[in-house]
Design a protein around this ligand. Structure first.
Ligand code: PFF
Length: 512
């Protein structure tokens, strides 16, 4: 039997993991969430969430992938034979729940990159985005037809995903990450430096982005508690935890690997990137608010509106170089997005290959074609509604449940000290026993609170004011179908003894 692929270098693995974590969400989701939740004071719960949930869970995912040398279904099945369906659920949701629409949003970015070159979005950026670009229909069931420019953008994304994932891990994802991540960093630095010298930018950064409102994070008030919950949710999303992606990536690590350091470095880079990129977002919007003479609060909005409406509007107002600035911004989004999309594709590809022993190239090809076919619904005139609904349900439930399941599996079924022992054995670094507490108690409790909060809100009012039928069909449907798919796949018998760990001589090498 051929041995499992291995990363060519420690840096290659690290950059691929960072590439998965740093995505569309870092550039504008973090900025908006932090602004909404106390500005600078949000950094406190955010960093606490990183320390108490982000890093412990990253260590867990790296440890599990590395120990079992397996994708999530196989890793879960090895820890407890009844848990294979949960192991399937995560990569299925990652692929069918997120990647299908994630590719379409990257497709929007490709379009906006081209539009930036001649400021083709015009003066009324909001009207352009909804009425000319998306041509949004009147409701989630009014598909009308396909928006071909968006279709073309999504197709380009899938082709790129296919080209990168088609090759063996060290020649595909690793090489792409070694190129993408430094380029992304340099472009982000240029963007931030450019934004900060704009008039009104530093004012917006100090008074809105980094403004400390301590009262907002008090655990004594309901509002303060919701800020803490938002921080845990953001950490989870930004670090790509709960989808088995990091389990998959770590399964390609050599036998001797420094799990703890890698986990800490991944978290630190991702979180610092978010905070850093936020400077560009706030700086540019601050400039626009000043030129238009409106209050900052009026200029900023959440979700896609921030990147595709507010940002283009700000770009219009720039004194010079607006085309270049706009193109740079959307290129940053494209690169950040693609490096996350390939990780979503890889997690499912690896799971299928592990179970069925299919050839990687054929599997990736079939999955990318299926992926593009599935993305089509998001390229219709109703795409924005469906995307919003699926995104909401996947983030609010699947991702959080994935994290809780991982904590139960490793913390309680495998027993946390056993994992700590493994990590010590392969890296020579001790993990603090405090980690057990984080995995067995703090993280699952916080995640359960988030889940309960989401459920409470769900039953209180229909999300986004959508018809309940649409929420059930697109949101509930994604969750139920993926769970059903997981059930079916886990009932196919393994074609070989699943307890075999295949080590090649290469895997025994210690990468430093
Ligand atoms: N971490 C990515 C971001 O911040 O945009 C999003 C993401 C990618 C979430 C992959 C989950 C995932 F599995």
């Amino acid at each position: 039997m051929q041995g499992r692929s291995v990363w060519g270098s420690k840096v290659g693995f690290l950059l691929a993991a960072v590439g998965s974590a740093v995505g569309l969400g870092n550039v504008w989701r973090f900025s908006y969430v932090s602004y909404q939740n106390g500005g600078g004071a949000f950094l406190v719960p955010y960093l606490v969430a990183m320390l108490t949930a982000g890093i412990p869970l990253m260590i867990l995912e790296y440890g599990l992938g590395h120990r079992e040398k397996a994708s999530p279904p196989l890793a879960f099945a090895r820890v407890h034979h009844l848990w294979e369906p949960f192991g399937w659920w995560m990569p299925i949701v990652a692929f069918f729940g997120i990647n299908l629409f994630y590719a379409v949003v990257i497709g929007w970015c490709f379009n906006y990159f081209l539009l930036a070159l001649n400021l083709g979005w015009g003066a009324e950026t909001g009207v352009f985005f909804e009425e000319h670009f998306l041509q949004v229909s009147s409701g989630p069931f009014e598909f009308v037809g396909i928006r071909w420019p968006i279709f073309a953008g999504a197709l380009l994304t899938w082709v790129l995903c296919w080209l990168i994932c088609f090759k063996e891990i060290r020649h595909g994802i690793e090489k792409a990450s070694l190129l993408f991540m430094p380029v992304l960093l340099v472009m982000t630095i240029i963007l931030v430096a450019w934004s900060l010298q704009l008039e009104g930018a530093t004012d917006a950064v100090w008074n809105h982005y980094l403004r400390f409102e301590w009262s907002k994070i008090s655990l004594l008030t309901a509002e303060g508690r919701s800020v803490w919950i938002a921080a845990y949710g953001q950490i989870f999303f930004t670090l790509s935890l709960g989808f088995g992606i990091m389990i998959t990536y770590a399964s390609y690590l050599p036998k001797k690997s420094d799990i703890t350091s890698n986990a800490i470095i991944t978290c630190l880079i991702d979180c610092s990137y978010s905070i850093f990129a936020g400077l560009a977002v706030f700086g540019t919007i601050g400039y626009m608010a000043q030129t238009k003479g409106v209050a900052f609060e009026e200029a900023i909005t959440a979700g896609p509106g921030l990147a595709f409406v507010v940002y283009p509007e700000a770009i219009n107002q720039l004194p010079a170089g607006n085309r270049l600035f706009g193109a740079l911004f959307f290129l940053v989004l494209i690169i950040a997005g693609i490096s996350s999309a390939i990780s979503l594709t890889e997690a499912f590809t690896c799971s299928v290959c592990d179970k069925f022993k299919f050839e990687r190239k054929k599997t990736v090809s079939v999955l990318c074609v299926l992926g593009m076919a599935g993305s089509i619904i998001f390229t219709t005139h109703a795409g924005l509604y469906i995307l919003d609904i699926v995104d909401h349900f996947v983030n609010a439930y699947a991702l959080i449940l994935g994290g809780i399941l991982e904590c139960i599996l490793v913390g309680w079924l495998m027993k946390a000290p056993k994992m700590r022992k493994h990590i010590f054995a392969v890296s020579g670094r001790k993990v603090w026993p405090l980690w057990d507490i984080a995995i067995c108690f703090i993280t699952p409790v916080m995640l359960m609170l988030i889940l309960l909060g989401a459920l409470y809100r769900e039953f209180g009012e229909a999300y986004g004011g959508y018809p309940v039928g649409a929420l059930l069909l697109f949101g509930g449907g994604t969750l139920v179908l993926s769970r059903f798919g997981a059930f079916i796949l886990s009932h196919v018998p393994w074609p070989y003894q699943k307890r075999t760990h295949a080590h090649t001589p290469e895997e025994e090498t210690l990468l430093t």
